[in-house]
Design a protein around this ligand. Structure first.
Ligand SMILES: NC(=O)c1ccc[n+]([C@@H]2O[C@H](COP(=O)([O-])OP(=O)(O)OC[C@H]3O[C@@H](n4cnc5c(N)ncnc54)[C@H](OP(=O)(O)O)[C@@H]3O)[C@@H](O)[C@H]2O)c1
Length: 243
């Protein structure tokens, strides 16, 4: 059994099958947490579960679409049944579909909003009561540099992340009354599978490694409950020029 700082803490990482979510889940598993992940694609979820189980037996991986309320509810019931109430929630799952306004279809607009904005709402609303009841918990949101940087070709994605940050600001104040700490991380361009479908941008970038974002989550989760660190912007050289 893996021993560590998060021994027996129950952690739920949405979108834990690939990219940052997988790196975050791995870091928690290495530190003894009971780690639950979800994603839509069963194959990549299975591969992730296999890798995580090499580190710890205390892993559950279940297919869920965070944009679907029933799927979220069912998934959280599975976590509770296996591990008990959730201590740390990482709202990580998201998609990135760049496109200028005239190239953005209504269905693409609605899909990005559903996953990047409605998803974290549904998951947070489903998990928060068990933290409120115990008057403790931590919720991390993975936003983006693009929440605060306006670039052509990113209107929809930026709208989802900007909207997400407005949502986070309000609920952070609501939930702090219950001893729940909320943090936002805004990564810059990170070397993950998010670019698999759309292709990596043709520019010289000093890419962020997903493990760096996992280390940032780890850092935040070790802070005392009184420490309010609302957000961390973790960018790379290129985007700092635009910031
Ligand atoms: N990579 C970057 O440069 C970058 C920069 C700033 C912010 N971010 C943000 O970081 C987060 C993670 O991105 P990433 O780069 O690690 O992406 P990624 O490599 O594409 O991984 C995304 C993960 O989310 C899951 N996911 C997507 N839609 C989902 C849904 N509806 N329900 C459940 N799971 C879902 C994916 O699995 P399935 O597809 O199988 O569902 C996958 O596990 C996102 O919120 C993204 O917006 C990324």
């Amino acid at each position: 059994m893996t021993m560590g700082y998060f021994q027996d803490k129950v952690v739920f990482v949405t979108g834990g099958s690939r990219g940052m979510g997988f790196a975050i889940a791995k870091k928690f598993a290495e530190n003894g947490a009971k780690t639950a992940i979800c994603a839509r694609d069963a194959d990549s979820l299975q591969r992730a579960e296999y890798e995580l189980r090499k580190i710890s037996p205390q892993i559950i991986a279940f297919p869920a679409d965070i944009a679907d309320a029933r799927s979220v509810k069912y998934g959280i019931e599975q976590i509770n049944a296996a591990f008990g109430p959730i201590d740390i929630l990482v709202n990580n799952a998201g998609i990135y579909r760049p496109g200028k306004i005239m190239d953005t279809s209504l269905s693409e607009w609605e899909n990005q909003l559903a996953i990047n904005l409605k998803g974290p709402f549904l998951v947070t609303q489903a998990v928060a009561p068990q933290m409120m009841e115990r008057r403790s918990g931590r919720i991390i949101f993975i936003s983006s540099m693009l929440a605060i940087v306006s670039l052509p070709g990113n209107a929809c994605y930026t709208a989802t992340k900007w909207g997400l940050e407005g949502f986070i600001g309000c609920i952070a104040q609501e939930l702090c009354e219950y001893g729940i700490v909320v943090h936002t991380i805004r990564p810059g361009m990170t070397d993950t599978s998010i670019f698999d479908e759309i292709g990596k941008p043709d520019m010289e970038i000093d890419w962020i490694d997903p493990a760096e974002i996992a280390n940032t989550v780890d850092f935040l989760c070790r802070l005392p409950a009184h420490a309010q660190v609302p957000e961390i912007t973790y960018t790379n050289t290129f985007q700092r020029f635009n910031y």
